[in-house]
Design a binder for this molecule. Structure first.
Ligand code: NAP
Length: 246
């Protein structure tokens, strides 16, 4: 029970990678707050964790809305205690070639993936600085490092998340807080199930380990980074991509 008595917030926790991260952290003893724009989904995922005898609660949160973020973080202090762990996982795609990309699609992706991570990290850092401990993990992406056809908005947002991670890591290190990013390759979730079979096969051909990743591959890396075993690791980007980018 490495994370016993720790309070963790996982954004975008209703499904996919976020939900699996929440299950992993709860399994290690943390009380996990699953926060998602789909509040019912978050609560139903939390209910399943509680049914397994672990601690979790679900809450509706739009990470791109500063007021929402403030009230969820205030609620965590009121109901539990200051936050120990934040996982900035909520993210969306709105793909299209850059020359045809609509301003709305640019703004929405940047608002959720990058501004949302900033807003949550800012609130978490305020709580963690008082306690002089804490761990933040931001979920970036392989395409934030290498770019990707049709994903100008998404890859820019994830490159931004990497810059945010390194800056915040420097700003809060003296308070005993670590900040890292996990950059997944292509993971089998709703986000990638929209790809047609031909595209999936082409992707798999580029992955030395010859498969898409599973949400568990990401969840285990996050669990390590927020544990005391990783207390000397900060400002890093951990690539979890089957060797697709070396
Ligand atoms: P997913 O299955 O689409 O899950 C994302 C969750 O975030 C959904 O529950 C979604 O709710 C929620 N969400 C969307 N907008 C939100 C907002 N404004 N505030 C709070 N929650 C919001 O995606 P995933 O594949 O698990 O991806 C999780 C993270 O990993 C994302 O940051 C993604 O960019 C990153 N990632 C994924 C892959 C991959 O291959 N899957 C690769 C690299 C990085 P709704 O469904 O109701 O919108």
């Amino acid at each position: 029970m490495e994370l016993k008595d720790r309070v963790a917030l996982v954004t975008g926790g209703a499904q996919g990678i976020g939900r699996t991260i929440a299950e992993e952290l709860a399994g290690l003893g943390a009380h996990v707050v699953l926060a998602d724009i789909n509040g019912e989904g978050a609560e139903s995922a939390a209910e399943k964790i509680r049914a397994a005898g672990q601690k979790a609660s679900g809450v509706r949160l739009d990470v791109s809305c500063a007021q929402d973020v403030q009230s969820v973080f205030d609620g965590i202090i009121k109901e539990h205690k200051p936050l120990d762990i934040l996982v900035n996982n909520a993210g969306i795609t709105r793909d299209g070639l850059m020359i045809r990309m609509k301003e709305d699609d640019w703004n929405r992706v940047l608002d959720i993936n990058l501004k949302g991570s900033f807003l949550c990290a800012q609130q978490a850092a305020k709580q963690m600085m008082k306690q002089k401990k804490g761990a933040i993990v931001n979920i970036a992406s392989i395409v934030g490092v290498m770019g990707n056809f049709g994903q100008a908005n998404y890859s820019a947002s994830k490159a931004g998340v990497i810059g945010l991670t390194k800056t915040l890591a420097r700003e809060v290190a003296s308070r005993g807080i670590t900040v890292n990013a996990v950059a997944p390759g292509f993971i089998d979730t709703e986000m990638t199930r929209v790809l047609d079979e031909g595209v999936r096969q082409k992707l798999i051909e580029q992955i030395p380990l010859a498969r898409l990743g599973e949400p568990e591959d990401i969840a285990r890396s996050v669990a390590f980074l927020v544990s005391d075993r990783a207390s000397y690791i900060t400002g890093q980007v951990i690539n979890v991509n089957g060797g697709m980018l070396m």
